[in-house]
Every structure is written in structure tokens, then in C-alpha cells.
Design a binder for this molecule. Structure first.
Ligand SMILES: Nc1ncnc2c1ncn2[C@@H]1O[C@H](COP(=O)(O)OP(=O)(O)O)[C@@H](O)[C@H]1O
Ligand SMILES: [Mg+2]
Length: 345
């Protein structure tokens, strides 16, 4: 098949801190490894860098399918959702979720509202448009304040966790000012952190659960996956955050977490692959933090590839599986369309 790989490299960040560029530029290595995996499977590959002419380029190019690694257009992360929308418009099938799932999951609060409406647990929260907004006094401290639209731990530091209203308002002001978006304040879930990587469509499969262990953190450091812990290898937080896959959990907890993750995957209508981040409190209650459609599938040091490896799926197999799920999905969508046409006739 002739497969295009769409990807976006951010050369300049329009908001946030200069250091946030590390997370934004992580994609290039992934692009080359996905390219190698697709070529090894016998496909012809064309790299398509996202620019202002993406729509015209997609109209002009002849492709059987796109492997979508696009995370935005320029520095506009909300535009991540425009990429599948453009592919739908030009009629090229693609891997991963559609524009609706991407847009909703890019809004952490909207996602939580949908999960809650379907009876799925997530930490209690409030959206702040301004640091002066009235505080919902039923929320319990400590809380954690996050930018509502970022991912990859952007905007998350030890100072994100706040103990009282004064710290809360200060951090909300920082997030709104620095990241130019609303702030999401949630109750802080003290406990273990896991994530579940999922593949497939009609009968999606939960891969082995990964735990992020926060080992020997000092008293003053909150056990969270902060920006430092995720991206800065010489930081203490990075070195003390140890991924363990498969996570050692009681069987009943493991089953419940997998069921919960699969339910979230289905509710958000994820396609082909996604990762669900979850915290477990000391009483074994679990809370979905967020749903990540089209998650990071970089070959080294990513939750998704560790989960695949724990299930004996090699990197190249993972990439071809994602492609095959997209192809299979397209065929079943076509069959449904044909059935509808027949009924109409
Ligand atoms: N309600 C919460 N309670 C405890 N820790 C949290 C909570 N929300 C987020 N965190 C911590 O912050 C990290 C990043 O938050 P997350 O919602 O997953 O955003 P991102 O899109 O940046 O990954 C999580 O991996 C977790 O360690
Ligand atoms: Mg996360």
C-alpha cells in the first residue's frame, strides 16, 4: 500500500515555557521508526509534514491510507483534530481517532463530564476561566491545577498541587497566564498511578497495565508525573519515576482497571489505539485522569511500547497492527455504507 505519515514539528512555541519545546519536538524519532516499520512490512511510504498547505497537499497526493502522527498544526495543538477532519474531507482513510474524539479528549473537563455522565469515575473538579471565579467549597484540598488543553505533562510541576485556596488561586493565575487557556482544578488522588494501553475497535484489547512508581520521592515532592519526571532525564523526578509493566496489582483490581479503561475507550469512541491514565487511591477506588487518543508510540521509553512488549508485541508488529486495525475499520465502514445504500434502494 502507499501510506503517508503525517507529522508536525513545532519550531516555536506560542505559549507556555521555553522548556516545553522538548515535549513538542519529540515526534521526529517516532516518525522515522514508524516509517521503517511500514517499509519493513512492504509498504511504500511518503512523509507529509503539516504546514499551511496541508489540505491542498492531501488533495493532490494519491495515498491508500495515512498513518496519522500529527499532533497539531504549527503550535496550535487544538488543530490536532483538524487533521483527521481534512482526511475525511479528501476521503483518505487514516489510523487513529476521528476529529470528534480528538477534539473532545483535548478538553480534559469535557472528557470528565462525559465519563461522569456514563457512570465512569474521575476526580471531582472545577473549571476556572479566571483566578477570581467563585470556588466550589465542596471540593477538598489538596487539589491539582492543570492547563485544560495540554498533554505530555506540560504545565505540571510540584507547584501544581495546592493545599489551600490561596495557593489554588495563585496557580490558576499562573496556568491561565502562561498557557493562555482555562485551568482545571481537580481533587488530588493520593495513591498509585497506572495507565492502560488499548488496541482494536469492535473488541478492543487492553494490553498489560503499566504502573508509574514514584520511588524515594522526598517528603516535599508530590508523587506525580510532572514535566520534569517525563522529559528531563537528569532531574531527580525523572530518575525516581520508574515504569513497571506489567503492574503488580491484585487480580480483582487489575480486572476492574482494565474494564474501566475499556469502557472509557468505548465511551470516547477511540479508534485503533489509545491510552487511559488512571489513579488508584488507598482504598482501591480508581479514577480516570484522562483519555489519550493517538497516544505517543515512540519506540523508546513510552508507556504504549512497554505495554506492547509486555504482551510480546514487537515495535514493528505494533505499528502494523495499528495500520491493520485502520484498514479493517475502513472495510467495515464501507460494508455498513453499502448496506445502507441497499436498504435505500
Ligand atoms: N487528580 C489527580 N490526582 C493526582 N495526580 C494527578 C491528578 N491529575 C493529574 N495528576 C498527575 O499529573 C500527571 C499529568 O496529568 P494528566 O491529566 O495525565 O495530563 P497530561 O495530559 O499532561 O498527561 C498525571 O500523570 C498524574 O501524575
Ligand atoms: Mg496523562
Amino acid at each position: 500500500m502507499k501510506v503517508g505519515i503525517i507529522y508536525n514539528v513545532v519550531s516555536e512555541i506560542a505559549r507556555g515555557n521555553p522548556i516545553d519545546i522538548i515535549a513538542e519536538q519529540d515526534i521526529l524519532n517516532t516518525v522515522h521508526c514508524v516509517e521503517d516499520a511500514l517499509r519493513a512490512a512492504g509498504h511504500e511510504v511518503k512523509l507529509i509534514h503539516v504546514d499551511d498547505n496541508l489540505y491542498e497537499n492531501l488533495r493532490a497526493v494519491k495515498l491508500d491510507l495515512v498513518f496519522n502522527l500529527g499532533e497539531g498544526i504549527g503550535s496550535n495543538i487544538l488543530a490536532e483534530a483538524y487533521i483527521p477532519a481534512m482526511l475525511d474531507m479528501v476521503g483518505i482513510p487514516y489510523t487513529g481517532s476521528n476529529f470528534l474524539t480528538l477534539s473532545v479528549c483535548l478538553d480534559k473537563a469535557k472528557t470528565k463530564q462525559i465519563l461522569l455522565s456514563m457512570g465512569l469515575p474521575t476526580a471531582r473538579f472545577q473549571i476556572f476561566k479566571s483566578p477570581a471565579d467563585e470556588l466550589d467549597l465542596s471540593l477538598k484540598f489538596p487539589m491539582i491545577v492543570k492547563p485544560i488543553h495540554e498533554d505530555a505533562s506540560i504545565g505540571i510541576t510540584n507547584e501544581s498541587v495546592v493545599k489551600d485556596e490561596e495557593q489554588l488561586r495563585k496557580r490558576i493565575a499562573y496556568v491561565i497566564e502562561t498557557y493562555k487557556q482555562n485551568a482545571l482544578a481537580e481533587e488530588f488522588i493520593e495513591g498509585r498511578e497506572v495507565n492502560v494501553s488499548i488496541i482494536g475497535n469492535r473488541d478492543p484489547i487492553a494490553l498489560p497495565i503499566e504502573e508509574l512508581q514514584f520511588t524515594n520521592f522526598s517528603e516535599s515532592a508530590y508523587k506525580i508525573c510532572s514535566y520534569q519526571a517525563k522529559w528531563i532525564p537528569n532531574s531527580e523526578e525523572f530518575q525516581k519515576t520508574i515504569p513497571v509493566c506489567p503492574a503488580q496489582l491484585p487480580k480483582n483490581v487489575e480486572n476492574r482497571i482494565k474494564r474501566l479503561a475499556l469502557a472509557a475507550y468505548k465511551v470516547m469512541e477511540c479508534q485503533d489505539y489509545a491510552r487511559i491514565d488512571i489513579r488508584i487511591d488507598k482504598d482501591n477506588n480508581s479514577y480516570i485522569l484522562e483519555v489519550n487518543p493517538n497516544p505517543d508510540i515512540g519506540p523508546v521509553d513510552t508507556a504504549f511500547t512497554r505495554a506492547a512488549a509486555a504482551n510480546s508485541i514487537s515495535y514493528n508488529e505494533l505499528i502494523t497492527k495499528i495500520l491493520d486495525y485502520a484498514i479493517e475499520r475502513q472495510h467495515s465502514e464501507k460494508r455498513v455504507e453499502e448496506k445502507i445504500r441497499l436498504i435505500e434502494i
